[in-house]
Structures are given as C-alpha cells and as structure tokens.
Design a protein around this ligand. Structure first.
Ligand SMILES: NC(=O)c1ccc[n+]([C@@H]2O[C@H](COP(=O)([O-])OP(=O)(O)OC[C@H]3O[C@@H](n4cnc5c(N)ncnc54)[C@H](O)[C@@H]3O)[C@@H](O)[C@H]2O)c1
Length: 430
C-alpha cells in the first residue's frame, strides 16, 4: 500500500519504519523541515532502538520519502495515518489544533485528488474528537473512509511493540466492522472493533489504568515504608495473585463494591494513613468513588417516576446471604425512607438463618425486611413498575417470560444479555 503518515515524531516515525519493513511505501509529512530531511536521508528523527536501521533499509529499497506538503503526501497515497501531537494546553485540556489543521489539509487534498482515500487517526484524542473532525472537515468529502486506531507503543520498545502490539483497536463510525480492509491490514488484523468514541476511550482507559497502577503501587509502597516493610516485596506478592489481582476479576462496570470486607478494609487503611499523616490520596478517595456510584444508581431509580420497585438480589453478590455492606441494602433503605413500595427476591436469603452481625445490621437498617421478601422473581416482577437486577440470581429466560413491555429493568451488574430484551432497559454504567 502507499501510505502517508502525518507527524514524524515518536509514533509517526516508528509507524513509518515498521510499515516499510512490511513492504508498504511510506511518504511522511511534517511541518518541521529537519524531520522531513532526516526521513529523506533514511535517518530516524528520533532516538528509538532499531528505527535507524529500518528507515535506512526502507530508503535503500525506495520505500521511504517525506515532504512538508500535505497535498503531495495525500496525492502519493491511498491511506493517510494521522500521528501529529496532541499536547496539553496550560489549563491541562487537550489541544487538538494540530489534528484540526491536518484534517483540514487532508480533506482539501482528498477532494483535489478525486479518488477514494482512507484516513486513520492515530493521535490520542478524547472521546468525540474523531466525530467532531468528521463533522467539521469531512462531512462533504467524497469517497473517504475514516477510522480511529489508537497507538499503544512505549518509547524505548516502540518497534518491538509495533510488531507485537499489546492491543489492536479499530474505531468505526457505528462500531460495525470496517467497510474497507486497510486499517486492519496495516495496524492489526485481530483488532477489536468499536465505535470511534469507544476506541478513543480505550486509549485513555489504558493510560489511566497504567497511571492508576503506578499511583497504587507507590501508595502501597509509602504505607509499607511507614510500617517498616519492603514495599517492592509486598507488591511483588500482590502481583503473584493472578486470579483476583492481576486479572479481569473486578474489572467490569456495574455494582458499587460492598460486602463485609472491602468497605471495612478500605476504610481501615485510609483511616490509619490519615491518623499517621501518611498521604495516600488515591486510596483515600476509593470510598468516595464507590459512594458516587451508589448515588448514581439511586438517582437513576428515582428519575423513573415510579413508586413500586422490585429488587432482584439484596446481598452484595450472588450465592451469599451476607447483607453487611451490601449496596442494595443501602438502595432499599433509601427508597423505603422516601416512601417507595419495595419487594425483594434473593434466593440465598433466609431471614431465619441470619445470625450475628449480619442479623443485627439488617434489624437496624431494615427492620421490616421480612414483609418485603418474596418467594420468587415472578412475584417481585408482578408487583413492580421498575425492576433492579443487581445479581444474576434469576436467568434471563426466566425474566423474559415474566417482565412486561411497560416495565423497566435497570441492570446493575453489567448483565449484558438484558440489553437484548425488548423492555425499557437501562444498564447502570454502560
Ligand atoms: N510518544 C508515545 O509514546 C505515544 C504513544 C502512544 C500514543 N501517542 C500519541 O500519538 C500522538 C503523537 O505523539 P508523538 O509522541 O509521536 O508526538 P511528537 O511530538 O513526537 O510528534 C508529533 C509530530 O507532529 C508534527 N506535526 C504537528 N503539526 C503538524 C501538521 N500540521 N502536519 C504535519 N505534522 C505536524 C510535529 O512537527 C511533530 O513532529 C499524540 O497524540 C500522542 O499522545 C504517543
């Protein structure tokens, strides 16, 4: 393929070198003459292992050139990849000026070229940016297919990362498979396909997650130092658990966390740190984040304008009768306090078997729980205008057979199958 690459910095130069390695012909475009000259000489404009060799070899094979003229780059290619910088403004906000500038140039050049063109945005941009570029610059550009493909390479190992990417993502207008093959062929055949906004958010989610991990490890390290143990050893052991810690577990938007351990333990460590003057802002705000999620659920319920609400699941998860710290108990308590009529089904809950603190807590917070409990999901659904599915304690098929079209279901547990059902359905956060 003939590919033009806009922006010959870390991402653009590596992309160029690696695409020429696969036999594609690349024309680079940059506003900096020195980078263009370096490219034309087959020399890397940046320091990155293996890149000089790749570009020198591409130059020898006649696969590499560069220009400061955007129109020339578009004319010489069927595919353009945008890798220009997206720096922060002084306020911290994202500066999309360079992306806007090249979008304007590329759009005009495609019109002038008059033949089909594929445009791939690769610069990191906030969700909604690709769509706004399309609206602002490509709404009336004929014969153009536009994709957003985030880059996940790390400086220092960028060539290796390009050859073996940690993740390949292609964003399309509607989240359906790309209409043309170029994005997949160039940047990853096994790519995950999402709508532009989803692909854009994945890039930020990954970087946020990396940042969060560094912050988390550092805060645990500070706590370790305070208690006089080796933080590196502590984190090393934490990372050995690949079932719950370094895994997909707990990584699904849905319920706020609850139960008898997480809220208590998060609160205990934060309190100790605060008392002892160990500054752990990340850990300290975890409970606030959880509260915000619970508040959102309650707002979602109350915004529906109904009075009869059914809860499927009261304990903090399926297959336990532990009500301590359950977010659904907090939901029920709030709704009862506001005069809602509640009915509840939880197959694991047998009030006569509740003992100890579990019993004491429920007696204190929901003394009339017994009168709200029903023997089946059907009974709850039959009595309710709005159903909150917080656990997978009932099968989708069972629900489908009893829920009526006018009823609304809120799925708190990321229970994807529910969205396929025909009712007024809403997930808490997806
Ligand atoms: N550096 C990384 O490790 C990395 C990794 C993944 C994603 N990203 C993202 O990729 C994008 C590029 O990052 P980078 O580190 O390569 O940036 P960079 O600053 O190294 O390079 C950007 C290049 O774009 C050029 N440019 C600016 N305006 C232009 C225009 N109108 N026409 C042509 N070229 C123009 C600049 O001259 C510069 O050479 C950013 O959005 C960044 O967030 C970077």
């Amino acid at each position: 393929m003939n590919v033009s690459i806009f922006g010959l910095g870390y991402v653009g130069a590596v992309t160029a070198g690696c695409l020429t390695e696969r036999g594609h012909r690349v024309i680079g475009a940059d506003v900096q003459q020195t980078k263009v000259d370096a490219f034309n000489a087959g020399v890397s404009p940046i320091v990155e292992p293996e890149l000089n060799e790749l570009l020198a070899s591409a130059k020898t094979k006649g696969l590499l050139s560069a220009t400061t003229d955007a129109a020339e780059a578009v004319r010489a290619s069927e595919v353009s990849i945008v890798c220009v910088g997206t720096p922060s403004l002084a306020s911290g906000r994202l500066n999309l000026d360079y992306v806007r500038k090249v979008s304007e140039q590329i759009s005009a050049a495609i019109v002038a070229k008059g033949s089909r063109h594929v445009l791939i945005f690769r610069s990191t941009m906030l969700p909604g940016s690709t769509r706004s570029m399309v609206t602002d610059f490509f709404a009336s550009t004929p014969n153009v297919s536009i994709y957003y493909c985030p880059e996940f390479l790390r400086e220092g190992t960028a060539v290796k990362d390009f050859r073996e990417p940690s993740l390949c993502v292609v964003g399309t207008n509607d989240g359906n498979a790309p209409a043309t093959n170029e994005a997949l062929e160039l940047l990853g055949e096994k790519a995950e396909v999402l709508a532009w906004e989803g692909a854009e958010l994945i890039k930020y989610s990954c970087n946020y997650f990396h940042a969060l991990k560094v912050g988390f490890a550092n805060e645990i390290g500070r706590m370790a130092k305070f208690v006089g143990v080796d933080g590196a050893r502590v984190m090393d052991v934490v990372c050995r658990d690949e079932k719950l810690n370094i895994s997909r577990y707990y990584m699904k938007p849905g319920n706020p966390f609850g139960g008898s351990c997480l809220p208590k333990d998060v609160s205990a460590l934060s309190s100790l740190a605060r008392m002892e003057g160990v500054n752990l802002p990340l850990l300290d705000n975890v409970l606030d984040s959880n509260e915000a999620h619970l508040d959102l659920l309650i707002k979602l319920i109350t915004s529906k304008g109904v009075r009869r609400v059914g809860l499927l699941g009261l304990a903090f998860k399926k297959d336990t009768d532990d009500l301590r710290g359950s977010p659904m108990v907090a939901v029920a308590e709030t709704l009862l306090g506001r005069g809602y009529e509640l009915s509840i089904y939880d197959p694991s809950l047998n009030l006569s078997r509740l003992i100890g603190r579990n019993e004491a807590e429920i007696n204190r917070r929901m003394p009339h729980l017994a009168s709200l409990l029903r023997d089946s999901a059907e009974e709850v659904v039959g009595e309710s205008e709005l159903i909150i599915a917080s656990q997978k304690c009932v099968s989708v098929d069972a629900l489908r057979s009893v829920v009526k079209a006018e009823q609304c279901v809120i799925d708190v547990n990321g229970w994807r199958e529910l969205s396929a059902l025909a009712w007024g359905y809403e997930g808490l956060c997806w």
